[in-house]
Design a protein around this ligand. Structure first.
Ligand code: ZN
Length: 254
């Protein structure tokens, strides 16, 4: 458990780094599945860049997911649920995004989650095109790292309703493509990266940031030249790209 805490703090610092422009102030949150029916999540209001162990709460999946499943519960009852979900009663109030993290960890089979509000990605998600530019591809590495298909959720206030919408989108995604996405784009809000390791999460967010900056840059050059679908599909399934995917997952971003 100490190792998970150390890794989660390091991931939080990596996402919160000022020079990366992925999150400022109290923006963004990270989580990690402990594997015993609980997960760690950033406490409400904490700063990713300076997070320490006291800024993490360990919460019970059962309490959080029961609330997501309870149609009578709305955002007014959320604070009590969050307080009751804590595995350690003296830890801080978990983030209001705890519900969304629980759904991503449970329904999408992720082990680590990172959510933030990058300037670059929001330049696209807050534009009149929303998430649409990310539904086609522009260069191979974003396909390799962020996946062939991305999930998209239109704007909903953070909280239990957002978690329910994310759950519905994960179900739709699985039915359409089979499996889970690596990225969920929350329009007018920010991306969620779903990883099997903490490195996956950072790699996905850094590549998504680069992809977004390229998309925005191409808008000053007459617009992006999207790769044909067949090319994107080929890149996604090429054996050497599988090898590269594994190699990237093993990289250290320090
Ligand atoms: Zn957010």
């Amino acid at each position: 458990m100490t190792e998970i805490i150390a890794k989660l703090i390091r991931l939080s610092h990596d996402i919160g780094r000022e020079d990366r422009h992925l999150a400022i102030l109290g923006e963004g949150n990270t989580s990690a599945d402990v594997g015993d029916g609980t997960f760690f999540i950033k406490a409400s209001g904490g700063n990713l860049a300076t997070l320490d162990a006291t800024g993490l709460s360990r919460v019970k999946f059962e309490t959080i997911l029961a609330a997501v499943d309870d149609p009578t519960l709305d955002d007014t009852g959320v604070r009590e649920v969050l307080l009751a979900s804590r595995a350690d009663a003296d830890s801080k109030l978990p983030s209001v995004e705890t519900f969304m993290h629980a759904v991503c960890l449970q329904d999408a089979g992720a082990k680590w989650i990172g959510h933030c509000h990058p300037v670059s990605v929001l330049q696209v998600l807050c534009s009149n095109q929303g998430a649409a530019p990310f539904l086609q591809h522009v260069f191979p590495d974003e396909i390799v790292v962020c996946g062939r298909n991305l999930a998209v959720v239109p704007y909903i206030d953070p909280g239990i309703e957002l978690a329910r919408s994310v759950r519905a989108e994960l179900l739709r995604f699985d039915q359409e493509y089979g499996g889970a996405p690596k990225v969920i784009l929350l329009e007018n809000h920010g991306p969620v990266a779903l990883g099997q390791s903490e490195r996956d999460v950072l790699n996905i967010l850094l590549m998504l940031d680069k992809w977004a900056r390229i998309l925005v840059g191409t808008s000053t050059m007459g617009g992006p030249q999207f790769l044909p679908d067949a090319t994107a599909q080929r890149i996604d399934t090429r054996p050497d790209e599988h090898y590269r995917r594994k190699a990237i997952a093993a990289l250290d971003n320090k």
